[in-house]
Design a protein around this ligand. Sequence first.
Ligand code: MN
Ligand code: MN
Length: 461
Amino acid sequence: MAEELKSKAAYTPKNAWSVYRGETEQKAVREFCDSYIDFLSRCKTERETVAYCTEYLRAHGFGDDPAGKAYVTNLNGKCLFAFKKGTAPLKKGVRLIIAHADCPRLDFKPHPIMEQAGFAQAKTHYYGGLRKYQWLARPLALHGVIVKENGDVVTVCLGEGEGEPVFTIEDLLPHLAQNQVTKTVRAAFEAEKLNVILGSRPLDTDEDSKVSEPVKTAILDLLLEKYGVSEEDFLSAEIEVVPAAKASYVGLDSSLVGSYGQDDRICVYTALRALTDKEGESENCVLILSDREEIGSEGSTGASSRFFEYCLADVVQAHEPETALRHTILASYALSADVTAGLDPDYQDVHEKTNCHSLGYGVCFEKYTGSGGKYGASEAHAEFVGMMRGLLNRRGIPWQSGELGKVDHGGGGTVSLFLAALGMNVMDCGPALLSMHSPFELSSVVDVYSSYQAYKAFYEG
Ligand code: MN
Ligand code: MN
Protein backbone atom coordinates (compact mmCIF):
# COMPACT_ATOMS: atom_id res chain seq x y z
CA MET A 1 0.00 0.00 0.00
CA ALA A 2 1.36 3.41 -0.95
CA GLU A 3 1.93 5.88 1.86
CA GLU A 4 0.32 9.29 1.78
CA LEU A 5 2.82 11.98 0.84
CA LYS A 6 3.23 14.57 3.59
CA SER A 7 5.52 17.46 4.37
CA LYS A 8 8.09 16.79 7.07
CA ALA A 9 6.70 19.88 8.78
CA ALA A 10 3.11 18.59 8.87
CA TYR A 11 1.45 17.98 12.24
CA THR A 12 -1.15 15.32 13.02
CA PRO A 13 -2.26 14.67 16.62
CA LYS A 14 -1.60 11.10 17.73
CA ASN A 15 -4.54 8.82 18.41
CA ALA A 16 -4.20 7.80 22.06
CA TRP A 17 -5.34 4.25 21.27
CA SER A 18 -2.25 3.76 19.12
CA VAL A 19 -0.03 5.17 21.89
CA TYR A 20 -1.57 2.85 24.50
CA ARG A 21 -1.90 -0.18 22.19
CA GLY A 22 0.50 -2.43 24.16
CA GLU A 23 -0.80 -5.02 26.62
CA THR A 24 0.83 -3.32 29.62
CA GLU A 25 -0.56 0.09 28.67
CA GLN A 26 -4.04 -1.32 28.01
CA LYS A 27 -3.99 -2.97 31.44
CA ALA A 28 -2.87 0.27 33.10
CA VAL A 29 -5.64 2.24 31.33
CA ARG A 30 -8.26 -0.31 32.39
CA GLU A 31 -7.12 -0.48 36.02
CA PHE A 32 -7.05 3.29 36.30
CA CYS A 33 -10.55 3.61 34.82
CA ASP A 34 -11.95 0.87 37.08
CA SER A 35 -11.03 2.97 40.12
CA TYR A 36 -12.19 6.16 38.39
CA ILE A 37 -15.62 4.60 37.81
CA ASP A 38 -15.79 3.56 41.47
CA PHE A 39 -14.91 7.13 42.52
CA LEU A 40 -17.64 8.61 40.26
CA SER A 41 -20.23 6.23 41.70
CA ARG A 42 -19.35 7.27 45.27
CA CYS A 43 -18.98 11.03 44.83
CA LYS A 44 -22.07 12.86 43.59
CA THR A 45 -21.72 16.20 45.37
CA GLU A 46 -18.89 18.64 46.13
CA ARG A 47 -19.05 17.64 49.82
CA GLU A 48 -18.78 13.93 49.02
CA THR A 49 -15.93 14.62 46.59
CA VAL A 50 -13.95 16.73 49.08
CA ALA A 51 -14.51 14.12 51.83
CA TYR A 52 -13.33 11.30 49.53
CA CYS A 53 -10.23 13.21 48.40
CA THR A 54 -9.35 14.30 51.95
CA GLU A 55 -9.54 10.71 53.14
CA TYR A 56 -7.50 9.52 50.14
CA LEU A 57 -4.81 12.13 50.78
CA ARG A 58 -4.67 11.32 54.51
CA ALA A 59 -4.19 7.67 53.61
CA HIS A 60 -1.24 8.83 51.48
CA GLY A 61 0.54 10.74 54.23
CA PHE A 62 -1.08 14.18 54.04
CA GLY A 63 -1.61 15.82 57.43
CA ASP A 64 -3.00 18.93 59.14
CA ASP A 65 0.22 20.88 59.46
CA PRO A 66 1.13 23.47 56.79
CA ALA A 67 4.75 23.03 57.90
CA GLY A 68 4.59 19.32 57.07
CA LYS A 69 5.91 17.67 53.90
CA ALA A 70 2.32 16.94 52.78
CA TYR A 71 -0.59 19.12 53.90
CA VAL A 72 -4.33 19.05 53.25
CA THR A 73 -7.07 21.37 54.43
CA ASN A 74 -10.57 22.36 53.36
CA LEU A 75 -13.18 25.06 53.82
CA ASN A 76 -16.71 24.09 54.86
CA GLY A 77 -16.07 20.59 53.51
CA LYS A 78 -16.68 21.92 49.99
CA CYS A 79 -13.29 22.95 48.64
CA LEU A 80 -9.81 21.58 49.23
CA PHE A 81 -6.18 22.71 49.25
CA ALA A 82 -3.36 20.17 49.28
CA PHE A 83 0.40 20.77 49.23
CA LYS A 84 3.31 18.41 48.72
CA LYS A 85 6.74 19.85 49.51
CA GLY A 86 9.52 19.53 46.98
CA THR A 87 13.25 20.04 47.35
CA ALA A 88 13.21 23.24 45.25
CA PRO A 89 12.80 26.50 47.17
CA LEU A 90 9.30 27.99 47.24
CA LYS A 91 10.59 31.25 45.81
CA LYS A 92 10.94 29.27 42.54
CA GLY A 93 7.14 28.82 42.56
CA VAL A 94 4.79 25.86 42.78
CA ARG A 95 3.19 23.53 40.23
CA LEU A 96 -0.52 24.00 40.83
CA ILE A 97 -3.49 22.08 39.44
CA ILE A 98 -7.00 23.34 40.07
CA ALA A 99 -10.16 21.33 39.28
CA HIS A 100 -13.73 21.92 40.40
CA ALA A 101 -15.78 19.54 42.51
CA ASP A 102 -19.27 20.94 41.87
CA CYS A 103 -21.54 19.83 39.00
CA PRO A 104 -24.85 20.96 37.51
CA ARG A 105 -27.78 19.61 39.53
CA LEU A 106 -31.13 20.54 41.07
CA ASP A 107 -31.12 22.05 44.57
CA PHE A 108 -34.09 21.88 46.96
CA LYS A 109 -35.67 25.29 47.51
CA PRO A 110 -35.81 26.64 51.10
CA HIS A 111 -39.49 25.62 51.32
CA PRO A 112 -39.36 22.51 49.16
CA ILE A 113 -42.24 20.31 50.18
CA MET A 114 -45.68 20.84 48.67
CA GLU A 115 -48.68 18.85 47.54
CA GLN A 116 -50.61 19.03 44.30
CA ALA A 117 -53.08 16.62 42.71
CA GLY A 118 -52.39 13.89 45.23
CA PHE A 119 -48.59 14.02 45.03
CA ALA A 120 -46.08 15.29 47.55
CA GLN A 121 -43.31 17.02 45.60
CA ALA A 122 -40.10 18.88 46.33
CA LYS A 123 -39.59 22.19 44.58
CA THR A 124 -36.13 22.77 43.15
CA HIS A 125 -33.96 25.56 41.80
CA TYR A 126 -31.50 24.31 39.23
CA TYR A 127 -27.76 24.90 39.72
CA GLY A 128 -25.51 25.50 36.74
CA GLY A 129 -26.15 25.26 33.03
CA LEU A 130 -28.33 22.23 32.48
CA ARG A 131 -30.80 21.15 29.82
CA LYS A 132 -34.00 20.83 31.82
CA TYR A 133 -35.60 18.10 29.71
CA GLN A 134 -32.71 15.73 30.51
CA TRP A 135 -33.84 15.56 34.14
CA LEU A 136 -37.35 14.30 33.48
CA ALA A 137 -38.61 10.71 33.69
CA ARG A 138 -35.39 9.26 35.06
CA PRO A 139 -34.35 7.82 38.44
CA LEU A 140 -32.96 10.49 40.76
CA ALA A 141 -31.29 10.42 44.16
CA LEU A 142 -31.12 12.94 47.00
CA HIS A 143 -27.73 13.81 48.49
CA GLY A 144 -26.78 16.46 51.01
CA VAL A 145 -27.06 17.68 54.56
CA ILE A 146 -29.80 18.95 56.83
CA VAL A 147 -28.55 21.09 59.71
CA LYS A 148 -30.76 21.14 62.82
CA GLU A 149 -31.06 24.29 64.90
CA ASN A 150 -28.81 22.79 67.58
CA GLY A 151 -26.08 22.29 64.95
CA ASP A 152 -26.56 18.55 64.49
CA VAL A 153 -26.00 17.50 60.90
CA VAL A 154 -28.16 14.86 59.24
CA THR A 155 -26.37 13.42 56.21
CA VAL A 156 -28.72 12.55 53.37
CA CYS A 157 -28.10 9.92 50.70
CA LEU A 158 -31.35 8.44 49.42
CA GLY A 159 -31.97 6.48 46.24
CA GLU A 160 -28.53 4.93 45.78
CA GLY A 161 -28.71 1.73 47.84
CA GLU A 162 -29.54 -1.66 46.36
CA GLY A 163 -33.33 -2.04 46.40
CA GLU A 164 -33.86 1.45 47.82
CA PRO A 165 -36.65 3.58 46.31
CA VAL A 166 -35.51 6.36 43.95
CA PHE A 167 -37.10 9.71 43.11
CA THR A 168 -38.18 11.21 39.79
CA ILE A 169 -39.66 14.19 37.98
CA GLU A 170 -42.56 13.21 35.73
CA ASP A 171 -42.73 14.21 32.06
CA LEU A 172 -45.69 14.99 29.85
CA LEU A 173 -47.05 12.09 27.78
CA PRO A 174 -46.64 12.54 23.99
CA HIS A 175 -50.38 12.11 23.51
CA LEU A 176 -50.98 15.45 25.23
CA ALA A 177 -47.80 17.25 24.23
CA GLN A 178 -49.09 18.64 20.91
CA ASN A 179 -48.89 22.18 22.21
CA GLN A 180 -45.56 21.73 23.96
CA VAL A 181 -43.74 20.28 20.95
CA THR A 182 -44.34 23.42 18.90
CA LYS A 183 -42.56 25.62 21.47
CA THR A 184 -38.85 26.44 21.62
CA VAL A 185 -36.86 24.20 23.97
CA ARG A 186 -36.41 27.15 26.34
CA ALA A 187 -40.15 27.77 26.57
CA ALA A 188 -41.22 24.12 26.55
CA PHE A 189 -39.42 23.13 29.74
CA GLU A 190 -40.08 25.38 32.71
CA ALA A 191 -37.83 25.58 35.76
CA GLU A 192 -40.87 25.75 38.03
CA LYS A 193 -42.01 22.33 36.78
CA LEU A 194 -38.81 20.63 37.99
CA ASN A 195 -40.60 19.21 41.03
CA VAL A 196 -39.35 15.92 42.47
CA ILE A 197 -41.99 13.34 43.39
CA LEU A 198 -41.59 12.38 47.04
CA GLY A 199 -44.70 10.25 47.51
CA SER A 200 -48.38 9.72 46.86
CA ARG A 201 -49.81 7.89 49.85
CA PRO A 202 -52.28 10.01 51.88
CA LEU A 203 -52.32 10.10 55.65
CA ASP A 204 -54.27 7.19 57.13
CA THR A 205 -57.20 8.88 58.97
CA ASP A 206 -60.85 8.31 59.89
CA GLU A 207 -63.46 9.18 57.27
CA ASP A 208 -64.58 12.37 58.98
CA SER A 209 -61.28 13.94 60.12
CA LYS A 210 -60.14 16.68 57.76
CA VAL A 211 -56.55 17.05 56.53
CA SER A 212 -56.03 19.69 53.87
CA GLU A 213 -52.80 18.16 52.46
CA PRO A 214 -52.97 14.47 53.32
CA VAL A 215 -50.01 13.33 51.19
CA LYS A 216 -47.64 16.11 52.24
CA THR A 217 -48.69 15.52 55.86
CA ALA A 218 -47.92 11.81 55.54
CA ILE A 219 -44.51 12.56 54.01
CA LEU A 220 -43.67 15.05 56.78
CA ASP A 221 -44.66 12.44 59.40
CA LEU A 222 -42.42 9.91 57.64
CA LEU A 223 -39.47 12.34 57.56
CA LEU A 224 -39.83 13.02 61.28
CA GLU A 225 -40.25 9.37 62.20
CA LYS A 226 -37.44 7.97 60.01
CA TYR A 227 -34.89 10.81 60.04
CA GLY A 228 -35.95 13.12 62.88
CA VAL A 229 -36.31 15.97 60.40
CA SER A 230 -39.00 18.68 60.52
CA GLU A 231 -40.26 20.96 57.75
CA GLU A 232 -38.38 23.94 59.25
CA ASP A 233 -35.11 21.95 59.10
CA PHE A 234 -35.17 22.26 55.27
CA LEU A 235 -34.52 25.99 55.70
CA SER A 236 -30.99 25.12 56.83
CA ALA A 237 -30.34 22.26 54.42
CA GLU A 238 -28.46 21.62 51.22
CA ILE A 239 -30.21 18.83 49.36
CA GLU A 240 -28.97 18.14 45.85
CA VAL A 241 -30.99 16.13 43.36
CA VAL A 242 -28.64 14.07 41.20
CA PRO A 243 -29.03 11.11 38.83
CA ALA A 244 -29.37 7.83 40.71
CA ALA A 245 -27.16 5.00 39.43
CA LYS A 246 -23.54 4.16 39.12
CA ALA A 247 -20.98 5.11 36.51
CA SER A 248 -20.17 2.47 33.90
CA TYR A 249 -18.22 1.62 30.78
CA VAL A 250 -20.03 2.35 27.53
CA GLY A 251 -19.85 0.54 24.20
CA LEU A 252 -19.22 -3.06 23.10
CA ASP A 253 -15.51 -2.34 23.45
CA SER A 254 -15.88 -0.52 26.81
CA SER A 255 -13.94 2.34 25.25
CA LEU A 256 -15.92 5.08 27.00
CA VAL A 257 -16.92 5.98 30.54
CA GLY A 258 -20.52 7.13 31.05
CA SER A 259 -21.51 8.96 34.21
CA TYR A 260 -23.01 11.99 35.86
CA GLY A 261 -20.46 14.52 37.12
CA GLN A 262 -17.45 13.94 34.86
CA ASP A 263 -17.31 17.74 34.44
CA ASP A 264 -15.16 18.17 36.43
CA ARG A 265 -14.62 15.12 38.62
CA ILE A 266 -12.65 13.53 35.77
CA CYS A 267 -9.99 16.19 36.48
CA VAL A 268 -10.48 15.94 40.26
CA TYR A 269 -9.66 12.24 40.19
CA THR A 270 -6.85 12.30 37.62
CA ALA A 271 -5.17 15.24 39.42
CA LEU A 272 -5.63 13.61 42.82
CA ARG A 273 -3.95 10.44 41.60
CA ALA A 274 -1.23 12.46 39.86
CA LEU A 275 -0.39 14.15 43.16
CA THR A 276 -0.23 10.95 45.21
CA ASP A 277 1.47 8.82 42.52
CA LYS A 278 4.02 11.37 41.33
CA GLU A 279 7.69 10.43 41.32
CA GLY A 280 10.58 12.85 41.67
CA GLU A 281 11.08 15.18 44.60
CA SER A 282 12.02 18.54 43.12
CA GLU A 283 8.72 20.38 42.53
CA ASN A 284 6.49 21.94 45.15
CA CYS A 285 3.03 20.71 44.19
CA VAL A 286 -0.41 22.11 44.95
CA LEU A 287 -3.83 20.65 44.26
CA ILE A 288 -6.93 22.83 44.61
CA LEU A 289 -10.47 21.52 44.35
CA SER A 290 -12.80 24.48 44.02
CA ASP A 291 -16.56 24.74 44.34
CA ARG A 292 -19.24 26.84 42.56
CA GLU A 293 -17.43 26.84 39.21
CA GLU A 294 -20.66 26.01 37.41
CA ILE A 295 -22.25 29.27 38.58
CA GLY A 296 -19.30 31.62 38.20
CA SER A 297 -16.93 30.64 41.07
CA GLU A 298 -18.45 33.14 43.52
CA GLY A 299 -18.75 32.29 47.21
CA SER A 300 -16.22 31.52 49.94
CA THR A 301 -15.49 28.08 48.51
CA GLY A 302 -15.31 29.20 44.85
CA ALA A 303 -12.11 29.88 42.93
CA SER A 304 -12.55 33.64 43.35
CA SER A 305 -12.27 33.21 47.16
CA ARG A 306 -9.12 34.37 48.96
CA PHE A 307 -9.08 31.04 50.81
CA PHE A 308 -6.62 29.39 48.43
CA GLU A 309 -4.25 32.35 48.61
CA TYR A 310 -4.36 32.17 52.44
CA CYS A 311 -3.49 28.45 52.30
CA LEU A 312 -0.51 29.10 50.06
CA ALA A 313 0.53 31.98 52.36
CA ASP A 314 0.47 29.56 55.34
CA VAL A 315 2.66 27.09 53.44
CA VAL A 316 5.21 29.71 52.35
CA GLN A 317 5.27 31.22 55.86
CA ALA A 318 5.81 27.78 57.42
CA HIS A 319 8.58 26.58 55.10
CA GLU A 320 10.27 29.71 53.85
CA PRO A 321 9.33 32.79 55.88
CA GLU A 322 11.96 34.88 54.10
CA THR A 323 10.08 34.49 50.78
CA ALA A 324 7.22 36.85 49.97
CA LEU A 325 4.03 35.09 48.85
CA ARG A 326 3.84 37.24 45.71
CA HIS A 327 7.22 35.97 44.56
CA THR A 328 6.09 32.37 44.91
CA ILE A 329 2.87 33.14 43.04
CA LEU A 330 4.59 34.98 40.19
CA ALA A 331 7.06 32.11 39.70
CA SER A 332 4.33 29.46 39.68
CA TYR A 333 2.77 27.46 36.87
CA ALA A 334 -0.85 26.36 37.02
CA LEU A 335 -3.06 24.04 35.03
CA SER A 336 -6.74 24.81 35.11
CA ALA A 337 -7.86 21.20 34.87
CA ASP A 338 -11.31 21.27 33.35
CA VAL A 339 -13.12 19.47 30.57
CA THR A 340 -13.80 20.74 27.10
CA ALA A 341 -16.18 19.74 24.31
CA GLY A 342 -15.36 16.75 22.12
CA LEU A 343 -16.39 16.56 18.45
CA ASP A 344 -19.99 15.32 18.61
CA PRO A 345 -20.65 12.81 15.80
CA ASP A 346 -24.27 13.96 15.44
CA TYR A 347 -23.72 17.70 15.84
CA GLN A 348 -20.46 18.16 13.95
CA ASP A 349 -21.67 21.48 12.58
CA VAL A 350 -21.14 23.32 15.91
CA HIS A 351 -17.42 22.52 15.77
CA GLU A 352 -14.75 24.02 13.56
CA LYS A 353 -13.07 20.78 12.63
CA THR A 354 -9.56 22.13 12.09
CA ASN A 355 -9.57 23.34 15.70
CA CYS A 356 -11.79 20.97 17.63
CA HIS A 357 -10.97 18.32 20.23
CA SER A 358 -11.77 14.66 19.61
CA LEU A 359 -12.36 11.89 22.12
CA GLY A 360 -9.52 9.37 22.00
CA TYR A 361 -6.76 11.87 21.14
CA GLY A 362 -5.57 12.55 24.66
CA VAL A 363 -5.70 15.48 27.05
CA CYS A 364 -6.54 18.86 25.47
CA PHE A 365 -4.53 22.07 25.75
CA GLU A 366 -6.91 24.98 25.47
CA LYS A 367 -4.79 28.10 25.05
CA TYR A 368 -7.87 30.24 25.66
CA THR A 369 -11.56 29.79 26.44
CA GLY A 370 -14.18 32.55 26.52
CA SER A 371 -16.60 33.41 23.72
CA GLY A 372 -16.80 35.50 20.54
CA GLY A 373 -13.72 37.74 20.25
CA LYS A 374 -11.99 35.76 23.05
CA TYR A 375 -14.17 37.68 25.48
CA GLY A 376 -13.49 36.69 29.11
CA ALA A 377 -10.47 34.56 28.23
CA SER A 378 -7.25 34.52 30.23
CA GLU A 379 -5.07 33.29 27.42
CA ALA A 380 -2.06 31.10 28.23
CA HIS A 381 1.30 32.44 27.11
CA ALA A 382 2.91 30.69 24.15
CA GLU A 383 5.97 30.02 26.34
CA PHE A 384 3.93 27.96 28.82
CA VAL A 385 2.14 26.05 26.04
CA GLY A 386 5.55 25.35 24.51
CA MET A 387 6.86 24.07 27.84
CA MET A 388 3.88 21.72 28.26
CA ARG A 389 4.19 20.49 24.66
CA GLY A 390 7.82 19.61 25.20
CA LEU A 391 7.10 17.92 28.52
CA LEU A 392 4.38 15.65 27.11
CA ASN A 393 6.20 14.93 23.84
CA ARG A 394 9.36 13.86 25.68
CA ARG A 395 7.30 11.38 27.71
CA GLY A 396 5.22 10.19 24.75
CA ILE A 397 1.93 11.26 26.35
CA PRO A 398 -0.81 11.84 23.74
CA TRP A 399 -2.31 15.35 23.72
CA GLN A 400 -4.22 17.64 21.38
CA SER A 401 -5.05 21.32 21.20
CA GLY A 402 -8.05 23.30 19.98
CA GLU A 403 -11.04 25.50 20.77
CA LEU A 404 -14.39 24.78 22.41
CA GLY A 405 -16.52 25.27 19.29
CA LYS A 406 -17.13 27.51 16.29
CA VAL A 407 -16.42 31.21 16.86
CA ASP A 408 -19.64 33.13 17.66
CA HIS A 409 -21.58 29.91 18.35
CA GLY A 410 -21.32 30.12 22.13
CA GLY A 411 -18.47 29.51 24.50
CA GLY A 412 -17.56 28.95 28.09
CA GLY A 413 -15.02 29.75 30.73
CA THR A 414 -13.07 28.03 33.48
CA VAL A 415 -11.39 29.12 36.69
CA SER A 416 -8.12 29.98 34.91
CA LEU A 417 -8.87 33.71 35.04
CA PHE A 418 -8.81 33.72 38.85
CA LEU A 419 -5.27 32.33 38.92
CA ALA A 420 -4.24 34.57 36.04
CA ALA A 421 -5.46 37.55 38.09
CA LEU A 422 -2.74 36.72 40.63
CA GLY A 423 -0.14 36.95 37.88
CA MET A 424 0.38 33.20 37.65
CA ASN A 425 1.17 31.36 34.41
CA VAL A 426 -1.99 29.33 33.74
CA MET A 427 -3.33 27.12 30.96
CA ASP A 428 -6.55 25.15 30.56
CA CYS A 429 -5.77 21.47 30.24
CA GLY A 430 -8.27 18.61 30.49
CA PRO A 431 -10.03 15.84 28.58
CA ALA A 432 -12.89 16.29 26.13
CA LEU A 433 -16.43 15.07 26.87
CA LEU A 434 -19.58 14.35 24.91
CA SER A 435 -22.98 15.25 26.43
CA MET A 436 -21.32 17.73 28.81
CA HIS A 437 -23.56 18.86 31.71
CA SER A 438 -25.98 16.00 31.06
CA PRO A 439 -26.89 13.29 33.58
CA PHE A 440 -24.71 10.88 31.57
CA GLU A 441 -21.54 12.50 30.30
CA LEU A 442 -19.12 10.51 28.14
CA SER A 443 -15.35 10.41 28.24
CA SER A 444 -12.82 8.16 26.52
CA VAL A 445 -10.84 5.76 28.73
CA VAL A 446 -7.58 6.66 26.94
CA ASP A 447 -8.20 10.37 27.53
CA VAL A 448 -8.76 9.69 31.25
CA TYR A 449 -5.38 7.97 31.34
CA SER A 450 -3.66 10.61 29.21
CA SER A 451 -4.94 13.35 31.56
CA TYR A 452 -3.60 11.46 34.57
CA GLN A 453 -0.21 11.05 32.89
CA ALA A 454 -0.12 14.70 31.81
CA TYR A 455 -0.89 16.00 35.32
CA LYS A 456 1.66 13.60 36.79
CA ALA A 457 4.31 14.79 34.32
CA PHE A 458 3.49 18.42 35.16
CA TYR A 459 3.91 17.72 38.89
CA GLU A 460 7.13 15.82 38.27
CA GLY A 461 8.51 18.73 36.23
MN1 MN B 1 -16.00 22.33 34.25
MN1 MN C 1 -19.24 22.80 33.45
